[in-house]
Design a protein around this ligand. Structure first.
Ligand code: F6P
Length: 379
C-alpha cells in the first residue's frame, strides 16, 4: 500500500501550503553553517526562547495581576527594579543556567557576572543580556524587550579575575545576538552572523515561527528617533544632523518617532529604515545606553542587516569595553542617515559648520560653550 508523505504542518487559523519553520528548525540549519558550532548552540538559544515565552506570558497578564510595581531593590544602574525585571532576570538565569554550554552570564540586573557549571571547560559560551529593557514603560502598556549577546569563551579557567575580562570582549566577537520585542505581537529577531531573521510567536502553538527571513534594513528611511528634549544639550554634530533631517537636506523632510523603549524604537528602524540616536548629554556624558547588552547586540544586528552603528567616534562593534555596565552614545540605522551623521561629526570636528550656520570660529565657540566635557567625543 502506498504511503503518502505528510504535507506542511497545519496551524490553526492559518492557510495551508505555507510550511512553517520554527526557530529551532532554523537554528539547526544555521549551526551547520557556523564553524565550530554544534547542537549545543541551538540548545542554548532554546533557553532564551523558553525564558522569553515565560516573560511574555507574565507580561500579557501584567495588567491583571499585582506584578507591576517596584520590587524595592535598586539595581546596579541605580534604578528601582520593577517586579517584572526581577522575574525576567530569574527566568533567563534559570533557563540558561541549566544549559551545559553556558559558562557565564552577565545581566543588567547583576553587578557581577554569574558563573555557571563551575566554569566547566565544556561550557563554551558567555551570554550577556538585558532581561527587560524599557521596563519603566510597562505600567503604561508600552512595548518592552529582552536583548541578548552571545560570546565564545576564550580562557580555559574562569577564576574571578578572568570572569570580567571574558565578558569584556568587543562586539565584533559576538557569535550571535538578538532581541525579543513584546509588542502588538511578540517577535524574536536574531543573527548568528549569517543575516538577520525574525520570528513571530504564534500563540496558538506556542512557537516562534519564521516571519521575516533575511531582514535587510532599507538604505534610507523617513524617520529619526531620539528623545528630543536632549537635543539642545547634545553635541553640535547631533544638532546639525537633526537640523538637516528636519529641513530635508537629505532629500526628504524626516518625521520623528520616539517610543523611549530601545527595542521598540530599534525594531521600527530596522524594518522601515531611518536612524535612532541617543547622544551624550551633560547629565550623561558617556551616553545612557549600555554597550554590552544594548548597543553591541543592536549594532551586530544592524550591520548584519546592511546598516551601521557608531558612538560618534568609532564603529560600536570595535569599542573595547572597560566595564560590564559601561554606557555609550549610540547612533544606529540605515547607511544613508548614519553616513550623513558621520559627515556632521567630521564637520563639527573641523569646526567649520555651526548649528545655526555661523562661521567656523563661532562654531567652535558654540561647541565649547555648550558642551565643554563632551569635546573628546567628537571624531
Ligand atoms: O536603557 C533603558 C531605556 O529605557 C531604553 O530602552 C530607551 O531607549 C532609553 O532608556 C530611553 O531613555 P530616555 O527616557 O532618556 O529617553
Amino acid at each position: 500500500m502506498a504511503v503518502s508523505i505528510p504535507g506542511p504542518v497545519e496551524r490553526p487559523g492559518v492557510a495551508m501550503h505555507a510550511p512553517i519553520v520554527t526557530v529551532q528548525q532554523h537554528l539547526l540549519r544555521e549551526q551547520r553553517r557556523i564553524s565550530g558550532v554544534s547542537g549545543e548552540f541551538s540548545w542554548l538559544v532554546s533557553g532564551i526562547t523558553l525564558a522569553t515565552k515565560l516573560i511574555e506570558a507574565k507580561l500579557r497578564r501584567a495588567g491583571l495581576s499585582d506584578i507591576i510595581g517596584v520590587a524595592g531593590q535598586i539595581n546596579v544602574q541605580g534604578e528601582i527594579q520593577e517586579k517584572l525585571d526581577v522575574y525576567a532576570n530569574d527566568m533567563l538565569l534559570h533557563a540558561l543556567g541549566v544549559r551545559e554550554s553556558v559558562a557565564m552570564m552577565a545581566s543588567e540586573e547583576n553587578q557581577h557576572p554569574v558563573l555557571a557549571h563551575g566554569g566547566s571547560p565544556h561550557a563554551k559560551y558567555i551570554v550577556i543580556f538585558d532581561p527587560l529593557d524599557g521596563s519603566s514603560n510597562i505600567d503604561v502598556g508600552v512595548s518592552v524587550g529582552t536583548i541578548f549577546s552571545i560570546l565564545r569563551r576564550t580562557s580555559e579557567h574562569l577564576e574571578s579575575d578572568v570572569c570580567a575580562s571574558e565578558v569584556l570582549q568587543c562586539g565584533l566577537r559576538q557569535v550571535a545576538a538578538g532581541y525579543v520585542l513584546y509588542g502588538s505581537s511578540t517577535v524574536l529577531v536574531y543573527s548568528a552572523g549569517n543575516g538577520v531573521h525574525g520570528f513571530t510567536l504564534d500563540p496558538a502553538i506556542g512557537a516562534y515561527v519564521l516571519s521575516h527571513p533575511e531582514l535587510r534594513i532599507p538604505d534610507r528611511g523617513k524617520f529619526y528617533s531620539m528623545n528630543e528634549a536632549n537635543l539642545d544639550r547634545a553635541p553640535v554634530e547631533y544638532q546639525n544632523f537633526v537640523g538637516q533631517l528636519r529641513r530635508g537636506d537629505l532629500g526628504v523632510r524626516y518625521g520623528s518617532r520616539y517610543i523611549g523603549s530601545l527595542i521598540a524604537d530599534f525594531h521600527r528602524t530596522l524594518i522601515k529604515g531611518g536612524v535612532f540616536l541617543y547622544p551624550p548629554t551633560p547629565d550623561q556624558p558617556a551616553g545612557k545606553l549600555r554597550l554590552l547588552y544594548e548597543a553591541n547586540p543592536v549594532a551586530f544586528l544592524v550591520e548584519q542587516a546592511g546598516g551601521m552603528a557608531t558612538d560618534g567616534r568609532r564603529r560600536i562593534l570595535e569599542v573595547q569595553p572597560k566595564s560590564i555596565h559601561q554606557r555609550t552614545p549610540l547612533v544606529v540605522g540605515s547607511k544613508t542617515e548614519v553616513e550623513a551623521f558621520l559627515a556632521c561629526v567630521d564637520q563639527a570636528h573641523a569646526g567649520n559648520v555651526a548649528s545655526d550656520g555661523r562661521s567656523a570660529v563661532n562654531a567652535a565657540q558654540l561647541d565649547l560653550s555648550i558642551h565643554p566635557p563632551l569635546q573628546e567625543l567628537s571624531r
